[in-house]
Design a protein around this ligand. Structure first.
Ligand code: GTP
Ligand code: MG
Length: 370
Protein backbone atom coordinates (compact mmCIF):
# COMPACT_ATOMS: atom_id res chain seq x y z
CA UNK A 1 0.00 0.00 0.00
CA UNK A 2 1.11 3.52 -0.80
CA UNK A 3 0.60 6.61 1.32
CA UNK A 4 1.89 10.05 2.16
CA UNK A 5 1.74 12.09 5.33
CA UNK A 6 -0.65 15.01 5.34
CA UNK A 7 2.18 17.41 6.14
CA UNK A 8 4.26 16.08 3.26
CA UNK A 9 1.33 16.35 0.88
CA UNK A 10 0.74 19.96 1.95
CA UNK A 11 4.44 20.63 1.55
CA UNK A 12 4.46 19.21 -1.97
CA UNK A 13 1.47 21.31 -2.96
CA UNK A 14 2.79 24.35 -1.07
CA UNK A 15 -0.50 24.63 0.73
CA UNK A 16 -1.11 25.24 4.42
CA UNK A 17 -1.28 22.03 6.43
CA UNK A 18 -4.43 23.28 8.17
CA UNK A 19 -6.15 23.75 4.82
CA UNK A 20 -5.27 20.22 3.73
CA UNK A 21 -6.55 18.82 7.03
CA UNK A 22 -9.78 20.76 6.58
CA UNK A 23 -10.20 19.57 3.02
CA UNK A 24 -9.72 15.99 4.20
CA UNK A 25 -12.26 16.46 6.93
CA UNK A 26 -14.74 17.80 4.42
CA UNK A 27 -14.30 14.48 2.62
CA UNK A 28 -14.96 12.71 5.90
CA UNK A 29 -11.37 11.75 6.58
CA UNK A 30 -9.89 12.47 9.98
CA UNK A 31 -6.16 12.92 9.67
CA UNK A 32 -3.69 15.02 11.56
CA UNK A 33 -0.56 16.35 9.91
CA UNK A 34 1.66 13.43 10.84
CA UNK A 35 -0.80 10.79 9.76
CA UNK A 36 -0.65 9.13 6.38
CA UNK A 37 -3.37 9.00 3.74
CA UNK A 38 -3.42 6.64 0.81
CA UNK A 39 -2.41 7.58 -2.70
CA UNK A 40 -5.97 7.67 -4.05
CA UNK A 41 -7.13 10.01 -1.31
CA UNK A 42 -4.06 12.16 -1.85
CA UNK A 43 -4.90 12.36 -5.53
CA UNK A 44 -8.44 13.54 -4.76
CA UNK A 45 -7.16 16.22 -2.42
CA UNK A 46 -4.54 17.34 -4.92
CA UNK A 47 -7.25 17.77 -7.53
CA UNK A 48 -9.44 19.58 -5.05
CA UNK A 49 -6.68 22.14 -4.59
CA UNK A 50 -6.55 22.58 -8.33
CA UNK A 51 -3.15 20.96 -8.74
CA UNK A 52 -2.38 18.43 -11.36
CA UNK A 53 -1.52 14.94 -10.28
CA UNK A 54 1.89 14.06 -11.61
CA UNK A 55 2.57 10.44 -11.07
CA UNK A 56 5.34 10.23 -13.61
CA UNK A 57 6.16 6.64 -12.91
CA UNK A 58 5.68 4.03 -10.25
CA UNK A 59 9.15 4.79 -9.01
CA UNK A 60 8.18 8.43 -8.63
CA UNK A 61 5.17 7.44 -6.57
CA UNK A 62 7.35 5.23 -4.42
CA UNK A 63 9.50 8.24 -3.74
CA UNK A 64 6.57 10.37 -2.61
CA UNK A 65 4.52 7.74 -0.94
CA UNK A 66 5.60 6.31 2.36
CA UNK A 67 4.50 3.27 4.30
CA UNK A 68 0.74 3.16 4.64
CA UNK A 69 -1.70 1.80 7.19
CA UNK A 70 -0.31 -0.99 9.28
CA UNK A 71 2.55 -3.06 7.97
CA UNK A 72 1.53 -6.73 7.76
CA UNK A 73 4.17 -7.66 10.33
CA UNK A 74 2.62 -5.25 12.84
CA UNK A 75 -0.75 -6.96 12.66
CA UNK A 76 -1.86 -9.40 15.32
CA UNK A 77 -5.01 -11.47 15.75
CA UNK A 78 -7.84 -9.70 17.52
CA UNK A 79 -11.10 -10.95 19.06
CA UNK A 80 -14.20 -10.92 16.86
CA UNK A 81 -16.91 -8.37 17.60
CA UNK A 82 -20.28 -10.06 17.58
CA UNK A 83 -23.56 -8.15 17.53
CA UNK A 84 -26.68 -9.89 18.78
CA UNK A 85 -29.68 -8.79 16.74
CA UNK A 86 -33.28 -9.87 16.41
CA UNK A 87 -36.89 -9.08 17.13
CA UNK A 88 -37.98 -7.62 20.47
CA UNK A 89 -38.31 -10.26 23.21
CA UNK A 90 -36.78 -13.04 21.13
CA UNK A 91 -34.20 -13.47 23.87
CA UNK A 92 -31.10 -11.53 22.80
CA UNK A 93 -30.19 -10.31 26.29
CA UNK A 94 -31.14 -13.65 27.87
CA UNK A 95 -28.90 -15.47 25.44
CA UNK A 96 -25.99 -13.17 26.18
CA UNK A 97 -26.71 -13.46 29.91
CA UNK A 98 -26.58 -17.25 29.58
CA UNK A 99 -23.29 -17.05 27.66
CA UNK A 100 -21.80 -14.69 30.24
CA UNK A 101 -23.35 -16.45 33.24
CA UNK A 102 -24.80 -13.08 34.18
CA UNK A 103 -28.24 -11.67 34.65
CA UNK A 104 -28.77 -8.36 32.91
CA UNK A 105 -32.35 -9.02 31.76
CA UNK A 106 -33.82 -8.95 35.26
CA UNK A 107 -32.38 -5.50 35.92
CA UNK A 108 -33.87 -3.97 32.80
CA UNK A 109 -36.88 -1.67 32.87
CA UNK A 110 -39.80 -3.71 31.53
CA UNK A 111 -37.33 -6.33 30.33
CA UNK A 112 -36.57 -4.16 27.32
CA UNK A 113 -32.97 -3.32 26.52
CA UNK A 114 -32.68 0.47 26.29
CA UNK A 115 -29.01 0.75 25.49
CA UNK A 116 -26.30 -1.26 23.82
CA UNK A 117 -24.47 -3.49 26.25
CA UNK A 118 -20.90 -4.41 25.40
CA UNK A 119 -19.22 -7.42 26.96
CA UNK A 120 -16.20 -9.66 26.58
CA UNK A 121 -16.50 -13.36 27.07
CA UNK A 122 -13.74 -15.98 27.30
CA UNK A 123 -14.93 -19.38 26.12
CA UNK A 124 -13.90 -22.68 27.74
CA UNK A 125 -11.43 -23.20 24.92
CA UNK A 126 -9.85 -19.81 25.69
CA UNK A 127 -11.21 -17.80 22.77
CA UNK A 128 -12.02 -14.17 23.60
CA UNK A 129 -15.22 -12.83 22.05
CA UNK A 130 -16.58 -9.26 22.22
CA UNK A 131 -20.37 -9.05 22.23
CA UNK A 132 -22.69 -6.13 21.60
CA UNK A 133 -26.29 -6.51 22.71
CA UNK A 134 -28.65 -4.25 20.79
CA UNK A 135 -32.09 -3.07 21.86
CA UNK A 136 -34.94 -4.75 20.03
CA UNK A 137 -37.30 -1.82 20.18
CA UNK A 138 -38.20 -0.18 16.87
CA UNK A 139 -37.18 3.26 18.16
CA UNK A 140 -33.57 2.13 18.23
CA UNK A 141 -33.28 1.24 14.57
CA UNK A 142 -30.68 3.87 13.84
CA UNK A 143 -28.55 2.81 16.79
CA UNK A 144 -28.76 -0.76 15.62
CA UNK A 145 -27.73 0.13 12.13
CA UNK A 146 -24.66 1.81 13.59
CA UNK A 147 -24.05 -1.34 15.62
CA UNK A 148 -23.75 -3.30 12.42
CA UNK A 149 -20.80 -1.18 11.27
CA UNK A 150 -18.52 -2.03 14.14
CA UNK A 151 -19.36 -5.69 14.06
CA UNK A 152 -17.58 -8.63 12.46
CA UNK A 153 -20.33 -11.19 12.92
CA UNK A 154 -24.07 -10.89 13.50
CA UNK A 155 -25.86 -13.45 15.62
CA UNK A 156 -29.47 -13.31 14.51
CA UNK A 157 -31.72 -14.46 17.34
CA UNK A 158 -35.06 -15.84 16.26
CA UNK A 159 -37.51 -17.26 18.80
CA UNK A 160 -38.69 -20.70 17.74
CA UNK A 161 -42.19 -19.98 19.08
CA UNK A 162 -42.55 -16.79 17.05
CA UNK A 163 -40.37 -17.25 13.94
CA UNK A 164 -39.38 -14.37 11.65
CA UNK A 165 -40.81 -10.99 12.68
CA UNK A 166 -40.40 -7.40 11.35
CA UNK A 167 -37.25 -6.62 13.33
CA UNK A 168 -35.78 -9.97 12.32
CA UNK A 169 -36.10 -8.82 8.72
CA UNK A 170 -34.63 -5.44 9.64
CA UNK A 171 -31.64 -7.13 11.28
CA UNK A 172 -31.11 -9.27 8.19
CA UNK A 173 -31.00 -6.21 5.97
CA UNK A 174 -28.57 -4.44 8.31
CA UNK A 175 -26.26 -7.44 8.28
CA UNK A 176 -26.51 -7.71 4.51
CA UNK A 177 -25.91 -3.98 4.01
CA UNK A 178 -22.85 -4.15 6.24
CA UNK A 179 -21.61 -7.26 4.44
CA UNK A 180 -21.25 -9.07 7.75
CA UNK A 181 -21.58 -12.86 8.04
CA UNK A 182 -24.50 -14.10 10.06
CA UNK A 183 -25.12 -16.99 12.39
CA UNK A 184 -28.72 -17.86 13.18
CA UNK A 185 -29.51 -18.73 16.81
CA UNK A 186 -32.93 -20.36 16.96
CA UNK A 187 -33.85 -19.57 20.57
CA UNK A 188 -36.51 -20.72 23.03
CA UNK A 189 -36.22 -24.29 21.76
CA UNK A 190 -37.23 -25.45 25.25
CA UNK A 191 -40.77 -24.19 24.69
CA UNK A 192 -43.45 -26.78 23.91
CA UNK A 193 -44.67 -24.77 20.92
CA UNK A 194 -41.16 -24.27 19.53
CA UNK A 195 -40.98 -24.82 15.78
CA UNK A 196 -37.39 -24.45 14.55
CA UNK A 197 -38.34 -25.69 11.09
CA UNK A 198 -40.72 -22.77 10.62
CA UNK A 199 -37.85 -20.40 11.48
CA UNK A 200 -35.67 -22.00 8.80
CA UNK A 201 -38.37 -21.91 6.11
CA UNK A 202 -39.33 -18.32 7.03
CA UNK A 203 -35.67 -17.34 6.59
CA UNK A 204 -35.66 -18.79 3.07
CA UNK A 205 -38.05 -16.03 2.04
CA UNK A 206 -35.33 -13.56 3.02
CA UNK A 207 -32.64 -15.40 1.10
CA UNK A 208 -31.08 -16.84 4.22
CA UNK A 209 -30.41 -20.50 3.57
CA UNK A 210 -29.17 -22.18 6.73
CA UNK A 211 -26.92 -25.23 6.83
CA UNK A 212 -29.79 -27.43 7.96
CA UNK A 213 -31.45 -26.50 4.64
CA UNK A 214 -28.19 -27.20 2.75
CA UNK A 215 -27.21 -23.55 2.68
CA UNK A 216 -24.07 -21.96 4.08
CA UNK A 217 -25.41 -19.89 6.98
CA UNK A 218 -24.66 -21.61 10.29
CA UNK A 219 -27.75 -22.26 12.40
CA UNK A 220 -27.87 -23.47 15.97
CA UNK A 221 -30.86 -24.48 18.08
CA UNK A 222 -30.49 -22.93 21.52
CA UNK A 223 -32.32 -22.16 24.72
CA UNK A 224 -31.20 -19.29 26.89
CA UNK A 225 -33.34 -20.82 29.62
CA UNK A 226 -31.88 -24.34 29.74
CA UNK A 227 -28.49 -23.55 28.22
CA UNK A 228 -29.06 -25.97 25.35
CA UNK A 229 -26.85 -25.37 22.31
CA UNK A 230 -24.82 -22.53 23.83
CA UNK A 231 -21.48 -24.32 23.44
CA UNK A 232 -22.41 -25.12 19.87
CA UNK A 233 -23.24 -21.46 19.25
CA UNK A 234 -19.88 -20.34 20.66
CA UNK A 235 -18.16 -22.92 18.46
CA UNK A 236 -20.02 -21.62 15.41
CA UNK A 237 -18.88 -18.09 16.28
CA UNK A 238 -15.28 -19.16 16.82
CA UNK A 239 -15.31 -21.00 13.48
CA UNK A 240 -16.70 -17.99 11.65
CA UNK A 241 -14.15 -15.73 13.36
CA UNK A 242 -11.31 -18.02 12.29
CA UNK A 243 -12.41 -17.75 8.67
CA UNK A 244 -12.39 -13.95 8.90
CA UNK A 245 -8.75 -13.86 10.11
CA UNK A 246 -9.36 -10.64 12.04
CA UNK A 247 -6.28 -8.56 12.69
CA UNK A 248 -5.29 -5.25 14.18
CA UNK A 249 -2.15 -3.44 15.27
CA UNK A 250 -2.19 -3.02 19.06
CA UNK A 251 0.98 -0.89 18.93
CA UNK A 252 -0.41 2.29 17.44
CA UNK A 253 -2.56 5.23 18.50
CA UNK A 254 -6.09 4.08 19.18
CA UNK A 255 -9.01 4.32 16.81
CA UNK A 256 -12.45 3.44 18.13
CA UNK A 257 -16.19 3.81 17.70
CA UNK A 258 -18.67 5.15 20.21
CA UNK A 259 -21.23 2.47 21.02
CA UNK A 260 -23.21 4.71 23.31
CA UNK A 261 -22.67 7.84 25.37
CA UNK A 262 -24.45 9.71 28.09
CA UNK A 263 -24.03 12.49 30.59
CA UNK A 264 -23.59 10.84 33.97
CA UNK A 265 -24.51 12.97 36.97
CA UNK A 266 -21.50 11.95 39.01
CA UNK A 267 -18.92 11.16 36.35
CA UNK A 268 -19.70 13.68 33.62
CA UNK A 269 -19.85 12.63 29.96
CA UNK A 270 -19.18 8.90 29.60
CA UNK A 271 -18.76 7.08 26.30
CA UNK A 272 -18.68 3.34 25.75
CA UNK A 273 -16.07 2.95 23.07
CA UNK A 274 -15.18 -0.13 21.10
CA UNK A 275 -11.47 0.06 20.30
CA UNK A 276 -11.10 -0.96 16.65
CA UNK A 277 -7.37 -0.57 16.21
CA UNK A 278 -4.43 0.39 18.37
CA UNK A 279 -4.47 0.60 22.16
CA UNK A 280 -6.31 3.26 24.14
CA UNK A 281 -4.54 4.25 27.35
CA UNK A 282 -5.20 6.34 30.37
CA UNK A 283 -3.80 9.83 29.68
CA UNK A 284 -4.32 9.61 25.91
CA UNK A 285 -5.57 12.79 24.25
CA UNK A 286 -8.34 12.24 21.74
CA UNK A 287 -10.97 13.75 19.50
CA UNK A 288 -14.32 11.99 19.19
CA UNK A 289 -16.89 13.47 16.84
CA UNK A 290 -17.30 17.07 17.92
CA UNK A 291 -15.87 16.42 21.39
CA UNK A 292 -12.36 15.98 22.66
CA UNK A 293 -10.71 15.03 25.89
CA UNK A 294 -7.99 13.25 27.79
CA UNK A 295 -8.64 9.74 29.10
CA UNK A 296 -9.12 10.20 32.84
CA UNK A 297 -10.20 6.62 33.43
CA UNK A 298 -11.03 3.49 31.48
CA UNK A 299 -13.59 1.06 32.88
CA UNK A 300 -14.08 -2.42 31.47
CA UNK A 301 -17.36 -4.36 31.09
CA UNK A 302 -16.99 -5.75 34.61
CA UNK A 303 -16.88 -2.28 36.10
CA UNK A 304 -13.14 -2.46 36.82
CA UNK A 305 -10.63 0.34 36.20
CA UNK A 306 -8.13 -0.65 33.53
CA UNK A 307 -4.99 1.10 32.29
CA UNK A 308 -5.51 0.28 28.63
CA UNK A 309 -7.83 -1.29 26.09
CA UNK A 310 -6.60 -3.01 22.94
CA UNK A 311 -8.34 -3.94 19.68
CA UNK A 312 -11.95 -5.22 19.96
CA UNK A 313 -12.16 -4.28 23.63
CA UNK A 314 -15.21 -2.28 24.76
CA UNK A 315 -14.46 0.28 27.49
CA UNK A 316 -16.12 3.19 29.17
CA UNK A 317 -14.09 6.34 28.62
CA UNK A 318 -14.10 9.17 31.14
CA UNK A 319 -12.54 12.56 30.60
CA UNK A 320 -14.62 13.99 27.74
CA UNK A 321 -15.44 17.69 27.45
CA UNK A 322 -18.91 16.86 26.14
CA UNK A 323 -21.15 13.95 25.18
CA UNK A 324 -20.44 12.44 21.74
CA UNK A 325 -22.98 10.62 19.58
CA UNK A 326 -23.27 6.88 19.13
CA UNK A 327 -21.32 5.99 16.02
CA UNK A 328 -18.77 8.81 16.40
CA UNK A 329 -15.18 7.85 15.71
CA UNK A 330 -12.53 8.32 18.39
CA UNK A 331 -8.98 9.17 17.31
CA UNK A 332 -6.03 9.64 19.61
CA UNK A 333 -4.08 12.77 18.73
CA UNK A 334 -0.66 14.01 19.69
CA UNK A 335 -1.62 17.27 21.30
CA UNK A 336 -4.67 18.69 23.00
CA UNK A 337 -4.55 21.73 20.71
CA UNK A 338 -4.92 19.39 17.74
CA UNK A 339 -7.83 17.51 19.30
CA UNK A 340 -9.56 20.75 20.22
CA UNK A 341 -9.04 22.29 16.80
CA UNK A 342 -10.52 19.29 15.00
CA UNK A 343 -13.47 19.06 17.41
CA UNK A 344 -14.19 22.76 17.08
CA UNK A 345 -13.88 22.61 13.33
CA UNK A 346 -16.38 19.75 13.15
CA UNK A 347 -18.75 21.56 15.48
CA UNK A 348 -18.55 24.60 13.21
CA UNK A 349 -19.23 22.50 10.10
CA UNK A 350 -22.34 20.92 11.61
CA UNK A 351 -23.48 24.29 12.91
CA UNK A 352 -23.18 25.69 9.39
CA UNK A 353 -25.08 22.68 8.05
CA UNK A 354 -27.87 23.20 10.56
CA UNK A 355 -28.02 26.87 9.68
CA UNK A 356 -28.25 25.99 5.99
CA UNK A 357 -30.99 23.45 6.70
CA UNK A 358 -32.80 26.05 8.81
CA UNK A 359 -32.60 28.56 5.99
CA UNK A 360 -33.99 26.02 3.55
CA UNK A 361 -36.96 25.32 5.79
CA UNK A 362 -37.66 29.00 6.14
CA UNK A 363 -37.56 29.40 2.39
CA UNK A 364 -39.95 26.47 1.99
CA UNK A 365 -42.29 27.99 4.53
CA UNK A 366 -42.17 31.31 2.73
CA UNK A 367 -43.00 29.62 -0.56
CA UNK A 368 -45.95 27.86 1.02
CA UNK A 369 -47.30 31.10 2.39
CA UNK A 370 -46.92 32.91 -0.92
P1 GTP B 1 -35.39 -6.71 23.87
O1 GTP B 1 -34.11 -6.27 24.49
O2 GTP B 1 -36.58 -6.04 24.46
O3 GTP B 1 -35.39 -6.65 22.39
O4 GTP B 1 -35.63 -8.25 24.23
P2 GTP B 1 -34.57 -9.42 24.15
O5 GTP B 1 -34.52 -9.95 22.76
O6 GTP B 1 -33.31 -9.02 24.78
O7 GTP B 1 -35.32 -10.54 25.00
P3 GTP B 1 -35.05 -10.91 26.52
O8 GTP B 1 -33.75 -11.58 26.67
O9 GTP B 1 -35.33 -9.74 27.36
O10 GTP B 1 -36.15 -12.07 26.69
C1 GTP B 1 -37.54 -11.83 26.50
C2 GTP B 1 -38.34 -12.85 27.28
O11 GTP B 1 -38.14 -14.16 26.76
C3 GTP B 1 -37.96 -12.94 28.75
O12 GTP B 1 -39.10 -13.11 29.51
C4 GTP B 1 -37.07 -14.17 28.81
O13 GTP B 1 -37.12 -14.79 30.07
C5 GTP B 1 -37.70 -15.05 27.75
N1 GTP B 1 -36.74 -15.98 27.16
C6 GTP B 1 -35.56 -15.64 26.57
N2 GTP B 1 -34.93 -16.73 26.12
C7 GTP B 1 -35.74 -17.79 26.41
C8 GTP B 1 -35.61 -19.20 26.19
O14 GTP B 1 -34.66 -19.73 25.62
N3 GTP B 1 -36.65 -19.98 26.63
C9 GTP B 1 -37.75 -19.46 27.25
N4 GTP B 1 -38.70 -20.29 27.62
N5 GTP B 1 -37.87 -18.14 27.47
C10 GTP B 1 -36.88 -17.31 27.07
MG1 MG C 1 -32.60 -7.20 25.34
Amino acid sequence: PEAITVAELANRMAERVADVVKSLMQSGIMATQNQTIDADTAELIIEEFGHRVTRVSDADVEDVIKVAEDAPEDLQGRPPVITIMGHVDHGKTSLLDAIRNANVTSGEAGGITQHIGAYQVTTDSGAVLSFLDTPGHAAFTSMRSRGAQVTDIVVLVVAADDAVMPQTVEAISHAKAAGVPMIVAINKCDKPDANPTKVRTDLLQHEIVVEEMSGDVQDVEVSAKTGKGLDELLEAIALQAEILELKANPNRAALGAVIEAQLDVGRGPVATVLVQNGTLRQGDIFVVGEQYGKVRALINDKGERVQEAGPSVPVEVLGLNGTPEAGDVLNVTETEAQAREIAEYRAQVSKDKRAAAGAATTLEQLMQKA
